[in-house]
Design a protein around this ligand. Structure first.
Ligand code: FAD
Length: 489
């Protein structure tokens, strides 16, 4: 791997032979066992499976397998395990830590053909679906049935629900509906030796032994492949509103959060924070008109959803009056229709995409005590400024240092857009940033996971005892180490 010269290909793994390919062609057909350079059809190019969403990582898989059933996944893994062929499970390939693409020549197992909704019960709200269903497709299906997927994120148009579970994605609705560890009720998965773990139950309560499915939630494809999930989906709220505020300082953002929790309480469904710099970059790169006049040091986006429009409007009006009168917010706007609703949300959801505009972005997804959340952004900017690497022209690698995130979950996205990835810049930031987080008892990965980028730094958030137990789990379920190697722990 060029990106990680320190990682060497594990020589225990076999290299792909004609015989292997013949087996997979026999099992899946050549359309679902796509070999690099063989297909003349451009849409069958395997390059997209080798490079990640950020275009930061590039693997060298020669074979992509697209199983259509759990049985096929089982046969694939059994064969790979017996033949020491390393694999990478891949969902929508929107992960942000280099976990979904090979490091060397691992076989990509794409879940895109396992895309059926299996069942939905509109009394219990429980959805059972294949892992390869795209999140937005699942949410649209639920919308037609007055329900909502309990997870939402900017990559919804491409990410898979199986990938979401494999990364334990947090996203924009966690504040209201909680984490996937609570909402996922069942998982069907295939272990590396081909065994099918049948835990696709649709029960809210089930205290019959160890809750093994939890290991797959956030397991990042290191102990098996998730083939289906059952998940509890809330009723869709008929009254949904969003407000976008400009604020004077991060302290004001904290006061706004407290006021929102107090006054909006059970209808509060999202609280997102963006600093003025992210909104300025969004405006400059996209050329769009921003919702508020002038510039503010901080912004927050508040969403409410409830079952009664009048009740919600009354609460929102009282809240708006309070935050304006007390000077908690400097300016604000409330969505009045669906178009405005989407426009306000895009001020938050559009950020991830535009930060890559200059060439690359160093991304840190961190959990910190709320009071300390933004101090890290200021400290990082100061550190990079002192080092002389931030500037407006091409002679400076760093464009800016910005912070935004799921403030309601105490989750900061510290982002450093750069003109090119630069080892010197990286050395200034890492491991300093992880030491900073460790001092505050935070987490070096709040929701994006470990993948290849965070693997070397797990020790900043987990002690040796914990890491030892995790390694035992990995060795127990994947003794040959074929599942997503070189990553995680
Ligand atoms: P992939 O990227 O394909 O894979 C991710 C990991 O899961 C890999 O390690 C892969 O091997 C493994 N995997 C995938 N499918 C399976 C499976 N079926 N079985 C076993 N392992 C599997 N994340 C958040 O938590 N919150 C956010 O708000 C958020 N916003 C985002 C916004 C944008 C614009 C983008 C690009 C990403 C965002 N993410 C966010 C990152 C997030 O992790 C992914 O978007 C998503 O959860 C990954 O799903 P995927 O199907 O793309 O998985």
């Amino acid at each position: 791997s060029k990106k990680y010269p320190e990682i060497k290909r594990d020589s225990r793994f076999a290299e792909l032979t004609k015989e292997h390919v013949t087996y997979f062609h026999g099992l899946l057909g050549s359309e679902s066992a796509v070999l690099d350079g063989v297909s003349k059809d451009a849409s069958e190019d395997i390059e997209p499976f080798n490079s990640d969403w950020m275009r930061k990582f590039r693997g060298h898989a020669k074979l992509v397998l697209k199983p259509s059933s759990t049985e096929e996944v089982s046969k694939i893994l059994k064969y790979c395990n017996e033949n020491m062929l390393a694999v990478v499970p891949q969902g929508g390939n929107t992960g942000l830590v280099g976990g979904s693409v090979p490091v060397f020549d691992e076989i990509v197992i794409s879940m895109q053909k396992m895309n059926k909704i299996r069942s939905f019960d509109d009394v219990s709200g429980i959805l059972v679906a294949d892992a390869g269903v795209i999140l937005e497709v699942a949410d649209n299906y639920l919308a037609e049935r007055n329900h909502i997927f309990p997870l939402d994120l900017g990559a919804k148009g491409s990410c898979h629900i199986g990938g979401n579970v494999a990364t334990n994605a947090g996203g924009l609705r966690l504040l209201r509906y909680g984490s996937l560890h609570g909402n996922v009720l069942g998982i069907e998965a295939v272990l590396p030796d081909g065994r099918i773990m049948n835990d696709l139950l649709t029960l809210r309560k089930n205290n019959t032994g160890y809750d093994l499915k939890q290991l797959f939630i956030g397991g990042e494809g290191t102990i098996g492949i998730i083939t289906a999930i059952s998940i509890l989906c809330p009723q869709r709220s008929p009254a949904v509103n969003v407000a976008y505020f400009g604020l004077e300082s991060f302290d004001h953002a904290q006061r706004a959060f407290r006021a929102a929790k107090t006054q909006l309480s059970e209808i509060l469904s999202a609280f997102e924070m963006m600093d003025g710099r992210t909104q300025k970059l969004l405006k400059n790169v996209s050329g769009r008109k921003m919702p508020l006049e002038g510039e503010h040091p901080f912004y927050c986006l508040i969403e409410t959803s409830g079952s009664n429009t009048d009740h919600d409007s009354e609460k929102l009006s009282a809240f708006l009056e309070h935050v304006m009168e007390t000077g908690i917010v400097s300016d604000g706007v409330l969505s009045e229709n669906q178009t405005q609703f989407a426009e306000l949300w895009s001020c938050r959801e559009g950020i991830t995409e535009i930060l890559g505009h200059w060439g690359g972005v160093y991304k840190y997804d961190l959990s910190l005590p709320i009071a300390d959340l933004y101090a890290l952004v200021d400290d990082t900017r100061e550190r990079l400024t002192k080092a002389g690497v931030i500037g407006d022209d091409d002679s400076h690698p760093v464009v800016d240092v910005v912070g935004y995130g799921h403030m309601g979950d105490a989750n900061l996205h510290l982002n450093i857009p750069v003109r090119k990835y630069d080892k010197e810049v990286e050395k200034i930031i890492e491991p300093w940033v992880y030491e900073w987080v460790q001092k505050k008892n935070g987490s070096i990965s709040a929701e994006h996971g470990l993948g290849v980028t965070k693997k070397p730094y797990v020790g900043y958030s987990r002690d040796d005892g914990m890491i030892g137990m995790m390694k035992q789990i990995k060795n127990l379920y994947d003794p040959n180490g074929i599942m997503n190697p070189y990553k995680y722990i």
